[in-house]
Write a protein that binds this ligand. Structure first.
Ligand code: NAD
Ligand code: UFG
Length: 337
């Protein structure tokens, strides 16, 4: 019996493969390598001493999916595959709808054909839209403000409608906050293409000398130091949350939205300072105007994950910074040698 991991060669997917293998699950990956490298899976095998069965295919290809379901006894699916850059989604909305929505529909259609009705989906805190109240709880109204966010929001609705039509399904909608960090081996980590959009990869690329200075997007937010506050979560904690979510969907039916965050808010200045302290490397910065669409504060109420899954984040910001740096300094060009 195996778990199918779509997008398993990517950042969160590769770390989740490690934790799934460590927990004793057999793992099958489908990834088109659109935003990743198969090297990550070789390193997953190195870290765990176990094998990952890999199919280089597109999740929109139903025949490829059928082949995987025929060749493996799949019990449940973790669905990471998708495009994730907010700015790009504004410029290329159809590409985002085409990939994220179509691949999910193809996946659940083939899962239905093979009577596999257990799915853990990568949603995002972005579905809380422009919520003004923190901490965010799962019962708050959801919405979306950009095409990327809309794909997550639509998919949550698609999976809810699916569950409502057939109560044999078990669906976990995992709403991630801000994943950062890397495996402590330094062998796998985040490998963004081009100039990073997100704060932590930007900081670490400044530290390694690939970028000149950090651009802090606004210091006039309604927060203690004026910079944006987010809920950074170590990718290993996030990966362990997926193991718990798979355990959960395997033994239940139903549909649950679950926040995966720490519950702690950390500002841009605080994260930069923590990185400098943890690594001893300077990160020069300049304050720029706000980035459109950014909220003052976004952090989770993480109590539902604790109650339902028995999961809480354990690693602190210092470990997030140390582990990011071990990966970035050991692999300045990511998986490209
Ligand atoms: P990633 O880009 O590193 O991983 C996604 C993987 O999916 C990549 O390996 C890519 O090649 C693959 N992929 C994309 N489209 C595919 C398709 N049609 N068929 C097969 N493979 C395909 O991204 P990540 O950071 O690991 O994110 C994983 C998931 O989590 C995504 O769905 C993302 O939207 C969601 N998420 C990420 C964050 C974050 O900050 N990283 C936050 C919230 C939600
Ligand atoms: N920031 C900077 N400089 C940068 C990058 C970011 O100051 O170069 C600031 C932002 O203004 C924000 C904070 O750092 O205050 C975090 O920004 P990120 O881009 O790292 O993360 P976001 O919270 O904006 O968004 C991320 C993902 C989204 C996802 C969301 C879920 O990119 O896809 O988390 O909460 F939807």
């Amino acid at each position: 019996m195996a778990i199918l991991v779509t997008g398993g060669a990517g950042y969160i997917g590769s770390h989740t493969c490690v934790e799934m293998l460590n927990a004793g699950y057999e793992v099958v990956v489908i990834d088109n390598l659109d935003n990743s490298s198969s090297e990550s899976l070789k390193r997953v095998e190195k870290i765990t001493g176990k094998t990952v069965k890999f199919y280089k295919e597109d999740v929109r290809d139903k025949d490829a999916l059928r082949k995987i379901f025929k060749e493996n006894k799949i019990e449940a699916v973790i669905h990471f595959a998708g495009l994730k850059a907010v700015g790009e989604s504004v410029r290329e909305p159809i590409m985002y709808y085409n990939n994220n929505i179509q691949n999910t529909i193809a996946l659940v259609e083939v899962m239905t054909e093979f009577n596999v009705k257990k799915i853990v989906f990568s949603s995002s805190a972005t579905v809380y839209g422009e919520a003004k109240v923190v901490p965010l709880t799962e019962d708050m109204p959801t919405s979306a403000i950009n095409p990327y966010g809309k794909t997550k929001w639509f998919i949550e609705h698609i999976l809810s409608d699916l569950y409502n039509s057939d109560n044999e399904w078990s669906v976990a909608l995992l709403r991630y906050f801000n994943p950062i960090g890397a495996h402590k081996s330094g062998l796998i980590g985040e490998d963004p293409k081009g100039i990073p959009n997100n704060l932590m990869p930007y900081i670490s690329q400044v530290a390694v000398g690939k970028l000149q200075k950090l651009h802090v997007f606004g210091d006039d937010y309604n927060t203690p130091d004026g910079t944006g506050v987010r809920d950074y979560i170590h990718v290993i904690d996030l990966a362990k949350g997926h193991v718990k979510a798979v355990d959960y969907v395997l033994k239940t039916t139903g549909l649950e939205a679950i926040n995966l965050g720490t519950g702690n808010g950390v500002s841009v200045f605080e994260l930069r300072d923590a990185f400098v302290k943890a690594t001893g490397v300077e990160v020069p910065f300049v304050v720029d105007p706000r980035r459109p669409g950014d909220a003052d504060e976004v952090y989770a109420d993480a109590s539902k994950a604790k109650k339902l899954l028995g999961w809480t984040a354990e690693l602190d910001v210092k470990q997030m910074c140390e582990d990011t740096w071990r990966w970035q300094s050991g692999n300045p060009n990511g998986y490209e040698q």
